[in-house]
Design a protein around this ligand. Sequence first.
Ligand code: SF4
Length: 256
Amino acid sequence: MSILFDDIVFGPVKSRRLGVSLGINLLPVDSKLCNFDCIYCECGWNGSVSRPRFGRRIEIRRALEIRLKEMNESNGSPDAITFSGNGEPTMHPEFAEIMSDVVELRDAYAPKAKVCVLSNATFVHREKVFEALRKADRAILKLDGGRDETVERMNCPQGDYSVALAVEKLKAFEGNMILQTMFLRGEYRGQKIDNTSDEEVEAWLKAVKEINPKEITIYSIDRDTPAPDLQKVSKEDLEKIADKARALGYKVQVAG
Ligand code: SF4
C-alpha cells in the first residue's frame, strides 16, 4: 500500500539518518506529483490530476511556524526539517521562496535543526532551484545507477534524463551534497532489474567519482512498492557495495 502525506507539515518522524525530522510536503495532499515515476516510490504511481494543487506558500509558512512553536512549548525541537512528501519538492513554483521561509523559521524556532531536501535533482538547471538547494544543510540528491538503461527502468523519468545529464547537474554542487541511491532487484514489465551486479556497481562508482559527493546514502526497499515484483537487497549486500565506495574515500551510510 502506498503512503500519501495528507498534510503540509507532518511528523516528526524518527530516522537513523536525520534524527527527529519534521517533514514538509509542498505537493498535492491527494496524489503524488513527480517528474519521475520510480517503480519503488513509497507514494505509489503518479496520480492523474490535471491541475495539481501545490501547497500555498503562506499556508506552508503558517503550518510550519505553528508546529515549531508547539514543539518549542513542549520542550522538543526537531533535529531536521525535511522537504519530502508526495513527490518532487523542487517542482513547486515557489520552492526557492519557501526555502527562504523555512530557513528563517528554523533560525527563529529551531536553530540547531538541519534543513534537508530529498530531491531527484532534475530541476537544478533552474538557477533559483539550484541556489535554494545550496541553502539547505543537507541536499540529498538521487542517482540510482550509472547506466541509462538502469535509471530508465528504475525511475521512469519524464522528459530528457540520462546519467550524463544527471552527473553534470550534480557536479555543479562541487561536492556539497549527499548522493542517495536505491539498490534493488526484480522485474518490471517483463524486464529484469538488478543494479547490484558488479557491472552496475562499477558504472555507479564511475558516476560517484565524477560527482564527488561529501557523503553517500544507499538503501533498499522497505515497504510495498508500486511495481509488485521487486526484492529488497540485504543489509550485507548493501554493505559490500558501500565498502567499494568507502575504498575510494567516500563516507557512506547504509540506511535501513
Ligand atoms: S523521485 Fe522520489 S517522489 Fe519521485 S517517483 Fe521517485 S521516489 Fe517517488
